[in-house]
Write a protein that binds this ligand. Structure first.
Ligand code: SF4
Length: 396
């Protein structure tokens, strides 16, 4: 019998050098001594897809060793990064030219640098992507978290990625312990949705089936920002998992508090995956009403329930052929808001935004203790300065 392969995301560190306005993870870093080791990585199951993320994964100086180990058990690896550590990324790409790299760019230069809090962020990220492309890497692209501040840059950024022949992955604002955030929300829903609508039509009129399915994903993002039920079921923790820097295996990164199926440092994969604790988490997932629409939970669902996006794509390709464009008003809720049947206030209440909540951060006790007299930014800056030399902090 064929061995079942899973979809895994490895959060190799919670340290981050960016200062994104929609994510407070940089304030809550993990301690390097506690971060996931090669021994724990060796215990992971076979995977058809692995995403390596952080924090900023390239802060780890042993990332190459991690990737080498993961290629023994994964068919495809994609690293999500802010693209700041160009030399490290290029070095890694030399050894693994088949690797996928997604660099988070939040809009054109000014918008990106404001949102990500990296003074040279756009230039560094963009130059890194171009360098990777020149080296012959094919699986490279942009990742953009669309929000009120950058929605106008969505289509121009897509056009840049298209001209360069790169992938273009989108997301929108979410709240969770992983982002150490509970107050993210889209306020100008119609404006944001309008920009998604333009992007969806560009994607649908392309000749790439991959882009047609991306159009469906973006259609799902409109549905998400209007606080609606997910277009597809969420099966996280059934054939998909996340593992955090401490070796805790979790269903996803969208929960309010950290949900732990077991700790892989302390046991082996099969015992953890088949444990009662893991089963308990799966029961919670079945009842989860957070309705996230992030690629990590949607891509596996799109594969599993392929007929649903496939039907949508077919319908819209036929319409496109007949000259009928996709309209955001195909989503009933978009009409309801326009027509005053529902108010923005009501939609806000359906979102995961909670202005009174204190966001959890999922840190270990030791990582939390290092924050008693210092802030996370200073700890990580000192850490990187130590790795790279004193000029690092000046560059920021
Ligand atoms: S909807 Fe899915 S991805 Fe989101 S928090 Fe719930 S279980 Fe996790």
């Amino acid at each position: 019998m064929l061995e079942k392969k899973l979809n895994g995301t490895i959060i190799v560190t919670y340290r981050c050098n960016a200062r994104c306005s929609m994510c407070n993870r940089y304030k809550a870093p993990s301690r390097p001594e506690e971060e996931i080791t090669l021994d724990t990585i060796r215990k992971l199951p076979k995977m058809y897809f692995t995403n390596i993320t952080g924090g900023e994964p390239f802060i780890r100086t042993d990332l190459k060793d991690i990737v080498r180990e993961l290629y023994k058990k994964s068919d495809r690896i994609v690293i999500s990064t802010n693209g700041y550590f160009t030399e490290r990324i290029v070095e890694l790409a030399k050894e693994f030219p088949q690797i996928g790299i997604r660099i988070s760019i939040e809009g054109l230069e000014k918008t990106n640098n404001e949102i990500r809090g990296l003074e040279n962020g756009f230039k560094r990220g963009y130059d890194t992507l171009k360098t990777l492309k020149k080296m012959g890497l094919t699986d490279v692209g942009f990742g953009m978290t669309v929000q009120d501040r950058n929605a106008k840059d969505l289509v121009p950024l897509y056009e840049i990625s298209d001209e360069l022949g790169m992938e273009f992955a989108t997301a929108s604002l979410h709240n969770s312990f992983y982002f150490v955030e509970s107050k993210n929300i889209i306020k100008k829903r119609e404006i944001v949705a309008k920009n998604f609508e333009v992007l969806i039509n560009r994607l649908l009129s392309s000749n790439s089936p991959k882009k047609w399915f991306r159009a469906y994903f973006n259609h799902g993002l409109i549905n998400y920002i209007y606080g609606q039920k997910r277009l597809l079921p969420c099966d996280m923790s059934f054939d998909t998992f996340f593992i955090d820097p401490y070796g805790d295996v979790m269903p996803c990164n969208g929960t309010k508090d950290k949900e732990v199926m077991g700790n892989l440092n302390a046991t082996n994969w099969d015992d953890l995956w088949n444990s009662k604790k893991a089963e308990k988490v799966r029961k919670k997932v079945r009842k989860c009403d957070r309705n996230c629409w992030m690629i990590g939970s949607v891509a596996p669902a799109m594969h599993k329930y392929i007929w649903k996006p496939a039907y949508w794509v077919l319908l819209h390709k036929i319409k496109n052929f007949l000259g009928i464009k996709y309209s955001m008003y195909e989503n009933r809720i978009v009409c309801d808001l326009r027509d005053g049947i529902v108010s923005d206030f009501e939609l806000d209440k359906r979102s995961t935004c909670d202005l009174n909540a204190v966001a959890k951060n999922g840190l270990s006790k030791a990582s939390q203790e290092q924050l008693i007299n210092k802030n996370g930014e200073d700890i990580v800056d000192a850490d990187i300065a130590n790795q790279m030399g004193r000029d690092y902090v000046k560059k920021l």
